[in-house]
Design a protein. Sequence first.
Length: 736
Amino acid sequence: MDITFLINTAYGIGGAIRSVANLSGALAARGHQVTVASRIQTRKRLNLPFDHRVTVLPLTGYREATPEEADARLAAYLREVDTDVVIATRPSLVDDLARHGNPDRYLRVGQEHQSYLTQGARAQEIHRAAMGVLDAWVTVSKADADVYREVRPEGSACRVLCIPNTSLPARVTPSTGDNRIIVAAGRLVPVKRYDLLVDAFALIAPEFPDWELRIYGRGTVHGALRERIEHHGLSGQARLMGPTSPIETEWAKGSIAAVTSDAESFGLTIVEAMACGIPVIARDCRYGPREIITPGEDGLLVPMEGGPEAYAESLRALMKDDSRRRRMGARGLRKALAYEPDPIAQRYEKLFTSLWSKRTRQAAASRSLVSRLRSRMGRPATATPTAAPLPAAGKAAKPARRPANLARTVSDSDGTVTISLPGGSRPAEGLLLRLRNDPQEREISVPLTAEGTTLTARIDPAERPLPEGRWDVFLPPKGKRVLAEVVERAALVHSRPRVTEDGVSAWLPYPTKYGNLTLRTWLRPVHAEVERVETGPDTASVTVTVLGLTDCKPGELTAVAAGRPFVPKPAAPETAASDTPADPDTPADDSSPALDDPALDAAAFDLPDPAGESAHDAPAEDTATAGGTPSAEILADDIEVAVSVLDAPGHDGPAMGADGTEPPGRLKLCFPLTGLPAAGAWTVRLLTPDGTAVPVGRIGGDVPDRAPTDVYPLAGRDGGLRLGFSSDNELIAVRQ
């Protein structure tokens, strides 16, 4: 069959877009010709990966059409498109399909991703009218299908049924349940109730200080959530991670998935989390969650009326019981199989085939009736046009070969990075790693070993220490960049910097904003790892662990905040800015991790990079308001930072040495809150007695860019000093 999906934009990351991407790929894999027609194009590139056999057709160019022009192009497309089935995926598109679709050419199917009772009166009116003319109406929950059958116009032949969303099989290793992380993911909008999640976590965070809450996504309530986190004093435990794709790598880092929505028509995130082996705690809203989760088996349902207290109790029940979490996660893995693409695609095939058969029978009956009438009237029966033939059912197609430069990358707890590429008939050539912006133009070759149908390269930091920087990965002989399909860093969540005879090091592979694979490495003789940041009206302090120190004692170290180039943000213009977000596809370079979101400016760090470093991850336009003039760069004087010793070598504390023989010294750095310049930025360094600078930062763990995620409240009674991290995870302070 030729199957066409109508979607408002294929260029976002929402659940409906993921569902269309998954289903369209499954149908294409079964031999159908599939097109996803996008009413508008909101980005230059797709955020989510569509199967390469699916044609993604933007009906308007990138930001080139007004809403009226977009509507006109969509109407013309529906009148002229030559296809067998058109599926509309939101109320406005359903309305367009009902009014402009051509029933003589193709089947018209409405697909609803939101519950009927949660929609406004206008959307409900559109749906009722559309069901009067469409061939079928598909919901993603059984309860919602029952509601639509009740409101379907009397006498309508529209078939109403439930076919759940499909979720791709996870391409990552399932969660071990060891990482003490609660994960939530979705649009940051009021209906998702992440405010309730933060409130619930605040109730139990003191009881579980080693647990962390991570919320992924972008949206209108980002600022309010940041304020709520700061209000509860959770800045060190609750993080807004920004949007990331693919999200499965982040589910696999967690041990509990949190869903707190007021309403869910289905709950695709529930199935995605289950497919990564973690149990789900969801509020028992009317539709989706209760049709997916079996309470006590693969997750928990929280009564809607319970509020944060009830949700906190469910969190507590799983946070304190490791074995129960793991049992639930294993059962969820099995349940997720029912939502994989192929069985869901077959259900759609069955629907389309049934509808075409019905249409063919009706056409045949109509021809027979005309013939009988003409015979009774003494007129010869004339030939009538034959009905469109039944489109061929889809057949299982041979899976398309993956691009030769598309890699799956996995980090082990010891820092070893494994890169796997499709093998096929390619010779086992080595990968090339090239240090970016390196005057010496250093590069290394890593051999590829054939392992079944894949080629695998392993890089062990113990065997091959790499100089500090960003190592871009290439595929010889033409030097093509290696693309990152998935990058698994779950084993690094609680990892610490390694201390060896070569120095203090950490490795983090990540996908850049263009999807290329890069390995970020740190290697320095001595390093101070940030453990805790505390800010308030009367305090701005950082607790660090000093690693690799041999030439002096921790108590002999001093600290300084060295001024660095800084561009203050201009005051916001009085006129309202455009509702269209700045284009995240126009970065200053390719150094940013994929999870970076330029719209997340809570940290407000506009810091040019030092000479010789890679370009800053923020887009170039971040240093000025849209259409405005960039502010002048300033360089503030250095600030002396007070140092106190919390423990020294020989005291109790985590042993960070490779063999456990080098316990660290913990220091507390206290920043002055008075006498500071009106604006400035500083890089924090420890100093040995001979003046050698010791970098201070947070290079352990799994986050390649902590600037947008590790955000802390302003310090000082005038609220002017903010502590945070640069895109290279170095500790910095900013005042503006």
